[in-house]
Write a protein of this length. Sequence first.
Length: 197
Amino acid sequence: MANVALGFRVKSGWAAAAVVSGPVSSPTVLHTRHVDLCDSTVPESRQPYHAVDETQGELELDQDRIKKRLDVVRHVTAQSLGKFLSDCRTNEWAPTRAGIVAGSLVDPSTIRSPHIRAHAMEGHLFRTVVEDELRAHALSCVVLAEKTALKAASEAIRSREDALKRTLANLGRQVEGPWRTEEKLAALAGWVAVSGR
């Protein structure tokens, strides 16, 4: 199947994922799913930069703990995305591009509050781990910030924002399972990736 892309709305510890096919003027969502990016049996892997020990503050400072948590995140992400891509091949979908919507693209080092910086570091971590894993599988990636995703998509797809919103709402009729904001943003990211812009 030609012109297939993956879309993701990356959150802390998981991502909503969508397989989207073109043409750009009339996209189709072939599949959606939840992709794990952390290990539920290792709760700290969901928020690896948050301190476990309240006495040290809100930001984890123990580099050994952080490294172990990041190793878990990378391992689980590789497994989850590997399975997702394997399932795509089984269904004869051959994506070559992917789109990612992240909560923010702000550099975490610019954030003064340790607690907010921990969240920003985790957002950056999960986004970049997904992006790195997709690139390792030869998929080119486009990354959008959630706040400006619709505007960026409007420019890439060359359609008005209100038309994009209507199309996204209608795409949910093709999908089994939930069609929440996360799935819509994953589909939007995949649609932008289908456009190749």
